[in-house]
Design a protein around this ligand. Structure first.
Ligand code: GAL
Length: 649
């Protein structure tokens, strides 16, 4: 697959007279993809049952005639106002029971069967009309599932569907009572019809109840998406894509991704650094106009796994956004650097959001490649530069396979939200800090799903915080030849969300048991012998495994039986780098310590260096300009990598 650049465009926002000029200018910039349509339902079906496809026919024709390939979005994230008359109960409800009504977007409950039927109807109409259109070369389902906290809904529709889901899963209320431990506090049910959603309880609901609700909510997203992919597949061979989000763990993306051909995500580096990361103020300030040096890369690797090797950036921040608490402008060079970071990780396409800044409605403060008056915004020339550079290099998408695997598991995010035990025990944060450490040490990382049954390609495997480890992964971890570093909290829950006895981690071959745990309030640190500390969380472990690291007072902090290592706490950055370096050395992998701000990723043909710092960085013989990129040819090119092999059942 050839790499390409693209842009998100809303023909329905602009007079038809300027479409052709816009299209020609996109093509001149070197863009090859244009995504349209994903919010246009009110224009596609202005009156229930009456479609108006004329304008979309002409828009697709105009863009296609300019040589652009169209990604057509299904408009189901924005049902028109008349839908509320037809299905007054289609809205989601928040945990307080309040309706999340019309007037913005994503105003639907995934479980509402009537709304699903409406989605099937509009998707069928679009698929029939455009499934064979030569300009429509990819489809996007809906838009950002889960955005604005919409995966979970406490509506009547969700309540009914949840009861059915539970009945399917447990078959009898007695089996459910046993699995959830409902004898505790007399919570036993005599019938599935007695079970409510886990909101509006006096104090915390049963965590097993909450976990099943989270699994159910995730399955509803999968079913909603599958309804659309089943229809689209009957009418088109073009790849089906969804645009996922940054730091969104509300549903299992691997499950949704199984029904799609390509994963994509929406990358807003400055917005995310402003409001989605636990970092110190000095770090936030240092990268305020560049974005965190590891967050984009983490998602690139994650979504490469979700897409089984095929992935895009569907929306790329071009200038200030409108939705973060503060919205700084990127430094010159960053709109180019972000695109290269994505291509370095194997992206097939990077599409900027959006073409022209809208002078009206909610996102009028959100930059585009053009200003509202159609004058070029700074990112337009940077996009053109990337397009020229793409043409210079080997144009095939792909990246080198990782040296290290990090297991990422959505259900673990739900588990530790359900029972954090310490307020700041956050699964995403834990996994991301491990990722950051690996990247600082210069590794190419592959993120792999918890269903994986084969890790033989990796000498070093990390599985922090994995709440429940399934049998295939247990086997794969046991077979790792270098080092498999697990913990803290790995395998600490049964599938029913109980504490396992024998106590965790209960991994065959690892002679180490977590006897007890404690969470640590902010600023309460447990120093590690030799430097660094545990914070947030630590465990007291016992057993015959070798002690490789101790915390203050000689308490074991890392224990190892052969290749299986157990980490009994959440290390700070210093401690984590030490532990990762030691594990890498034991696995026979060399490490580097990259300067703050400098990162790298290997493609099949090049080592791509990315400097997130606002000053040039010298590293050995290499000098990378501020907010710049350097391309170092690799002597032995590798065939296109794919994470496909790493994906288990
Ligand atoms: C994304 C969304 C776009 C737009 C953008 C603004 O989350 O998919 O429609 O709202 O944010 O940054």
């Amino acid at each position: 697959m050839k790499r390409g650049l693209g842009v998100c465009y809303y023909p329905e926002h602009w007079p038809e007279e300027i479409w052709a000029k816009d299209a020609a200018r996109m093509a001149d910039t070197g863009l090859t993809w244009v995504r349209i349509g994903e919010f246009a339902w009110s224009r596609l079906e202005p009156v229930p049952g009456t479609f108006d496809f004329g304008w979309l026919d002409r828009a697709i024709e105009t863009l296609g005639a300019a040589g652009l390939k169209v990604v057509l979005g299904t408009p189901t994230a924005t049902p028109p106002r008349w839908m509320a008359e037809r299905h007054p109960d289609m809205f989601a409800r928040d945990a307080e029971g309040r309706v999340r009504g019309f007037g913005s977007r994503r105003h639907y409950c995934f479980s509402h069967r009537g709304y699903r039927a409406e989605c099937a109807r509009i998707v069928t109409a679009l698929a029939e009309r455009y499934g064979g259109n030569p300009h429509v070369q990819a489809w996007q389902t809906d838009n950002e599932y889960g955005c604005h906290d919409t995966t979970v809904s406490y509506s009547e529709a969700a309540r009914h569907a949840f009861r059915e889901w539970l009945a399917q899963k447990y078959q009898s209320p007695q089996a459910l009572n046993r699995a959830w431990g409902n004898v505790f506090w007399s919570m036993e049910y005599a019938s599935f019809d007695e079970i409510d959603l886990p909101n509006l309880t006096v104090t915390e609901p049963n965590p097993s109840h909450v976990m099943d609700f989270r699994r159910f909510a995730s399955d509803e997203v999968v079913a909603f998406n599958r309804l659309q992919t089943d229809i689209l597949r009957r009418h088109t061979d073009a790849p089906l894509i969804h645009n996922y989000m940054g730091r969104e763990t509300g549903f299992d993306h691997f499950d949704v991704g199984a029904d799609l051909d390509v994963a994509s995500w929406d990358s807003y580096p400055l917005g995310f650094l402003s409001d989605r990361l636990e970092v110190g103020e000095a770090h936030r300030l240092r990268f305020v106009r560049q974005g965190d040096p590891d967050l984009q890369a983490f998602h690139h690797d994650l979504y490469r796994a979700v897409g089984r090797g095929r992935w895009w950036v569907m929306e790329q921040q071009p200038g200030p956004v409108n939705w973060a608490p503060w919205n700084p402008a990127p430094l010159p060079g960053m709109a180019r650097l972000w695109a290269w970071e994505a291509f370095a990780h194997g992206a097939e396409a990077v599409c900027y959001f959006r073409w022209r800044q809208a002078p009206f409605a909610q996102e009028q403060m959100h930059a585009g490649l053009l200003r509202p008056d159609s004058v070029a915004a700074p990112a337009l020339e940077e996009a053109a530069q990337v397009a020229r550079e793409l043409a210079e290099f080997d144009a095939e998408a792909g990246c080198r396979s990782g040296d290290v695997a990090l297991i990422f598991d959505y259900a673990s995010a739900w588990a530790w939200q359900t029972q954090p035990q310490g307020r700041d025990f956050d699964y995403f944060r834990l996994a991301f800090e491990f990722y950051r450490g690996l990247r600082r040490l210069g590794f190419n990382v592959d993120i792999v799903p918890p269903s994986t049954a084969d890790l033989s390609a990796y000498r070093l495997v990390l599985a922090p915080g994995l709440a429940t480890v399934g049998a295939p992964l247990i086997g794969a971890l046991a077979a790792v030849r270098g080092v498999a570093l697990v913990g803290p909290r790995t395998n600490a829950k049964t599938p029913a969300f109980a504490t396992p006895v024998p106590l965790p981690p209960a991994l065959p071959g690892l002679d180490c048991t977590v006897a007890r745990v404690e969470s640590l309030p902010p600023d309460c640190h447990v120093p590690l012998e030799g430097g660094g500390a545990f914070r947030h969380w630590r465990e007291f472990v016992e057993g015959g495994a070798e002690v490789r690291l101790r915390s203050a007072g000689g308490v074991p902090g890392v224990m190892a039986s052969g290749a299986l290592w157990y980490l009994a706490g959440w290390p700070d950055a210093t401690g984590l780098l030490r532990i990762l370096r030691e594990a890498a050395a034991a696995a026979g992998l060399g490490t580097e310590h990259l300067p703050e701000g400098l990162r790298r990723r290997d493609t099949r043909t090049h080592r791509i260096w990315l400097n997130y710092a606002s000053e040039p960085i010298r590293h050995g013989d290499l000098e990378v300009p501020a907010c710049g990129v350097a391309f170092e040819p690799l002597s032995a090119p590798e065939p296109v990598a794919s994470t496909e092999g790493a994906r288990g059942g």
